[in-house]
Design a protein around this ligand. Structure first.
Ligand code: MTE
Ligand code: MO
Length: 364
């Protein structure tokens, strides 16, 4: 099958689906490092991993509502200033498995690791979230090459959104490519740090994560960070693809699969604030007494984390957690803006009584 060419993966990953390959690290692995190692980073795919092996011939086509459509080679993209952005990527499906305890949800199940510093995820329950240092060109610089100025909210030809189309094919698009879009104003804002990334944690991006080039939209659900980029279209209205219009939207409890009206909601973009305890599994039982509680907290849109609190009495009283970069090392940031897209790892030692639940809460 098409999946026979998929790359080898780390044996510690917990597989939620084999074909397409969807897997997350054990939650304890997440809090061992501020930047998630590439092989432990969650993998979220909708089809087989495409093979792009002729890098000399690889190019990204930029067209649509532009005056000067162009094809850019990897060389053209590498000529632009390179930026390293530490960002947590998180799937909108992160923690979907736990959500199903409240109400049955559709989609691949995830614990709390569909997140990585570098990457993020969020809607169903799982842990599709991890942090990485993404290296690449700023999309704002790439668009300037074809004559779209910085901080433009529309082009002269009526473009207001930037669509990313990939090389991979998926069944949700009836065998067509995976795609998504973001507003032009975000794409052309250098401060939004949207990257066309060719490096992850200082190494060439690997096949699972989008080789040779992927989009990274910091602070936004992972679904918009299109991997294996093939083309960029400047369009008038947001992308009409499946993952923009028929998935990754938020509905109130009154809406069910039989009365859903997708067009009443906007596609999910920034992810909300949240925290997860990773030093214990949900089912773990601890002996009463002093217990160190560790985890991650993250917020979308570059809002950062103001505080993380932990409670052992159902939320009546709270202990403020400290943040760390490595276990045992306090977190010191000399430039608050440099890590505004990344998660915070927290730790609090609490005095656990008999018969209680430990909960964490992040404030942004
Ligand atoms: N891009 C393409 N081309 N195909 C995909 O299936 N999945 C998206 C996004 N980009 C996807 C994609 C989703 S839902 C997420 S959460 C992230 O990629 C996952 O990125 P990762 O596998 O590098 O962690
Ligand atoms: Mo996702």
């Amino acid at each position: 099958s098409d999946y026979s060419q998929d790359p080898p993966r780390h044996p510690c990953l917990r597989i939620n689906s084999k074909q397409p390959f969807n897997a997350e690290p054990p939650r304890s692995a997440l809090i061992n490092s501020y930047v998630t190692p590439v092989d432990l980073f969650y993998k979220r795919n909708h089809g087989p991993i495409p093979i792009v092996d002729d890098i000399e011939r690889y190019s990204v086509t930029i067209s649509g509502l532009v005056e000067d459509p162009r094809k850019l080679s990897m060389k053209d993209i590498r000529m632009l200033p390179k930026y390293d952005v530490t960002a947590t990527l998180q799937c909108a499906g992160n923690r979907r498995t736990a959500m199903s305890k409240t109400r049955k949800v559709k989609g691949v199940g995830w614990d709390v690791s569909a997140i990585g510093n570098g990457y993020m995820k969020l809607r169903k329950e799982g842990m599709e979230s991890c942090t990485a240092v993404w290296g690449g060109a700023k999309l704002a610089d790439v668009l300037a090459l074809i004559g779209i100025p910085k901080l433009a909210s529309s082009t002269k030809t009526g473009g207001r959104h930037v669509e990313f189309v990939s090389v991979d094919k998926c069944k949700e698009e009836n065998g067509g490519p995976y795609k998504a879009s973001i507003p032009l104003i975000q794409a052309t804002n250098p401060e939004a740090d949207v990257l066309l990334a060719y490096e992850m944690n200082g190494e060439t991006l690997n096949r699972d994560h989008g080789y040779p080039l992927r989009v990274v939209v910091p602070g936004v659900i992972g679904a918009r960070s299109v991997k294996w980029l093939d083309s960029i279209n400047i369009i008038a209205d947001e992308c009409q693809g499946f993952f923009m219009q028929k998935d990754y939207k938020m509905f109130p409890p009154s809406v069910d699969w039989d009365n859903i009206n997708w067009s009443t909601r906007r596609p999910q973009m920034d992810f909300p604030v949240q925290s997860a305890i990773c030093s214990l599994e949900d089912v773990n039982v601890v002996r009463p007494g002093k217990v160190p509680v560790r985890g991650y907290a993250v917020s979308g849109g570059g809002r950062g984390i103001e505080r993380v609190d932990v409670s052992v009495d159902g939320g009546k009283t709270w202990v403020e957690a400290t943040r760390y970069q490595k276990i045992g090392t306090p977190y010191i940031s000399d430039d608050a803006s440099s890590d505004k897209w990344a998660w915070v790892l927290f730790e609090a030692t609490v005095d656990v009584p008999n018969n209680t639940e430990i909960v964490a809460k992040a404030v942004c």
